[in-house]
Design a protein around this ligand. Structure first.
Ligand code: ADP
Length: 410
């Protein structure tokens, strides 16, 4: 069996996002989303890319097993059934791979057990990812399933960047270190940026700014990550849609001791009610820009704080890398918000950084340069494609290792 299709699954606690790709030409065959699994109001939206006409189902989908079966039915309706010999593998996005999963990995019982062991450092994500994997393995036990970890690209960070300056024994006992996330995106975008520059990834140093609802920056030297802004969890670093990013850790003690808040309340505050939404009540950059343009002071302050933090990370990673060939913007905000890109590099001309206003205003889905012609450091927009990267890594591994699934225990 040597099919060329890969199903990519991104399983959340109450949702499953999926894409079916054909790796003979990296084309997308279908994509979709199951939401509100376990509720009465579940919804499945499925789009076969041949017609691009979406179909929707609503009504209760009780669990991930039912969700995946519903996805399989939709795919079968398009002649893309999961029982097809064309399907070579299933690639799973797994958020936390800890220190040891440095590469995509064929899932066997031992790998499952290790992902489970990492639950204490990824309590929100890994259990949902595991459920998705178990369900898919039960559905097609004969098929190789591959875990692609959000943390893997960052495992090349040197200890000087990966360690917090806290007591070593305590840190090691609790596996506290900087893992970083969005690694699949940083890997894809840094490599695509080298391609845009017409150079090999090994030759270029890139600062990647992944600005979505979650946001992270990374410093990539010769194709390898040497620093990234997210840490033990995705809370550290840039100002995000709903996360604070960097704060003095003593804010937490203060909120507990003086504010009387519980640890769970503080967790919710910093992860869900801070960042842009906490600063101005909106986390959508389009809405924030609209308000700024109307003279809204609160939105302006939120935007300025967002940009100030971004600029600090550009400067920090410039210093970490020493030589920078490109600064690249990606994800929802990075790909679409020209004012964010312009403001982030404004005033950095002495570092060789500038954007050309006309190029910056161009919209499009293709990787593109937005720095002035002849600029020493290129500024680029490179749309991210995490699903394609997961499928590419999954397929490469299956081609290398063979198309058979490892045996499953109980
Ligand atoms: P995530 O994958 O983290 O949920 P995305 O990468 O899809 O997020 O980014 C979503 C964010 O992108 C939205 O919250 C919004 O702030 C921003 N965004 C999307 N489209 C635009 C646009 N046209 N202009 C400005 N910001 C945009």
């Amino acid at each position: 069996m040597t099919g060329t299709r890969v199903l990519v699954l991104n399983s959340g606690s109450s949702s499953v996002k999926y894409q079916l790709l054909d790796m003979s030409d990296s084309s997308r065959l279908a994509q979709g989303l199951v939401e509100r699994i376990g509720e009465q109001t579940s919804r499945l939206k499925h789009t076969p890319l041949a017609t691009a006409e979406s179909r929707e189902r609503s009504g209760p989908i009780h669990d991930h097993d039912a969700a995946l079966k519903a996805v399989a039915e939709e795919l079968a309706q398009d002649g893309l059934g999961l029982d097809s010999p064309e399907l070579a593998a299933i690639g799973h996005r797994v958020v936390h791979g800890g220190k040891h999963f440095t590469e995509p990995t064929v899932i066997d019982d031992a790998v499952l057990a290790e992902i489970e062991r990492l639950i204490p450092v990824a309590p929100l994500h890994n259990p949902a990812n595991l459920t998705g994997i178990r369900t898919a393995r039960a559905l097609r036990p004969d098929l190789p399933q591959v875990a692609v970890f959000d943390t893997a690209f960052h495992t090349t960070m040197p200890e000087s960047a990966a360690r917090y300056a806290i007591d070593v024994k305590t840190a090691d006992e609790h596996r506290i270190r900087r893992y970083g996330f969005h690694g699949t995106s940083h890997a894809y975008v840094s490599r695509a940026t080298a391609g845009l520059l017409g150079r090999a990834p090994e030759e270029v140093n890139v600062i990647v700014l992944h600005l979505g609802n979650g946001a992270s920056a990374s410093a990539v030297r010769g194709g390898k990550c040497v620093d990234t802004s997210m840490g033990l969890t995705p809370l550290e670093g840039l100002v995000m849609g709903t996360r604070s990013g960097d704060t003095d850790p003593a804010v937490i003690f203060h909120l507990a001791r003086v504010g009387g808040m519980s640890i769970d309340e503080i967790d919710t505050l910093l992860n869900k009610k801070s960042g842009l939404i906490g600063l101005c009540g909106d986390n959508d950059m389009r809405e924030i820009r609209r308000r700024v343009d109307e003279g809204d002071e609160q939105a302006k302050l939120a935007f300025d704080i967002y940009i100030h933090r971004l600029k600090k990370y550009i400067g920090a990673y410039y210093a970490v890398l020493g030589r920078v060939d490109a600064v690249v913007f990606t994800a929802g905000v990075g790909e679409n918000a020209a004012p964010v890109r312009a403001a982030a590099v404004a005033g950095l001309e002495t570092l060789g950084l500038a954007v050309d206003d006309e190029l910056n205003a161009v919209r499009g889905d293709e990787p593109r340069l937005i720095s002035p012609a002849g600029a020493r450091v290129k500024v680029a927009v490179v749309p991210t494609d995490e699903e394609l990267e997961i499928a590419t890594q999954t397929y490469a591994l299956v081609e290398r290792n063979g198309y058979a699934a490892p045996p499953q225990g109980n």
